[in-house]
Design a protein around this ligand. Structure first.
Ligand SMILES: Nc1nc2c(ncn2[C@@H]2O[C@H](COP(=O)(O)OP(=O)(O)OP(=O)(O)O)[C@@H](O)[C@H]2O)c(=O)[nH]1
Length: 190
């Protein structure tokens, strides 16, 4: 049965520096929160994710923080099935970076949209520091970009698993034949 075949999916996590990309990935993979800040060069993690009864063998690529002048690394666009674009709800600049990174990706891929989830991270800090990005701004940007959107706290483990479920949902709804059973006796594209 097609549902029994392990499907490989590559997900890249991008966004400005220090927005919490690594913390989100580490919380998801290793179930703990990293308090200190250790700038990432690049790390790849593997995890099997069950989504709608199908087991997906996922590579999650945690990338170095970007700024508006960063050149998109082709490794983060070629062979990637879906994207997690992270901003911090306490940083307007990091929110502005989402559109810049998104536009670089669609230009590079030559597509009008990409499977993507936009993540507003560090919601636990909204009380102590000023929240700079309102939830409806995140939601609106996501709707313009045909992306999913969610707010998270890696520290309190809020919505961390949901990020990757939403990403798989975005990938699968654009997959060839999505929503339809593959015709019997034909090849299935993995
Ligand atoms: N309070 C709080 N702090 C967080 C959260 N997520 C990350 N941090 C802190 O924010 C800082 C940066 O987190 P990282 O996960 O290293 O950020 P990053 O985006 O991977 O950073 P780069 O590797 O530079 O791109 C660290 O001190 C984390 O402990 C969160 O949900 N809540």
């Amino acid at each position: 049965m097609p549902g029994d075949i392990l499907k490989k999916r590559k997900i890249a996590v991008l966004g400005a520096r220090s927005v919490g990309k690594s913390s989100l990935v580490v919380q998801f993979i290793e179930n703990h929160f990293v308090e200190g800040y250790y700038p990432t060069i690049e790390s790849t993690f593997s995890k099997s994710i069950n989504y709608k009864g199908v087991e997906y063998d996922c590579d999650i690529i945690d990338t170095a923080g970007q700024d508006e002048y960063s050149i998109l690394n082709s490794k983060h666009a070629i062979g990637i099935h879906g994207y997690v674009l992270v901003y911090s709800v306490t940083s307007r600049n990091s929110f502005n970076m989402i559109e810049i990174v998104y536009d670089k990706l669609v230009n590079f891929c030559g597509m009008s949209q990409i499977p993507c989830v936009i993540v507003g991270a560090k919601t636990d800090l909204q009380q102590s520091r000023n929240r700079q990005v309102a939830p409806d701004e995140g939601e609106k940007l996501a709707s313009v970009k045909h992306a999913a959107w969610v707010e998270t706290s890696a520290k309190n483990n809020v919505n961390v698993g949901k990020v990757f479920e939403l990403c798989l949902a975005e990938i699968e709804k654009r997959a060839p034949g999505a929503g339809a059973e593959p015709p019997a006796g034909r090849c299935i594209i993995m």
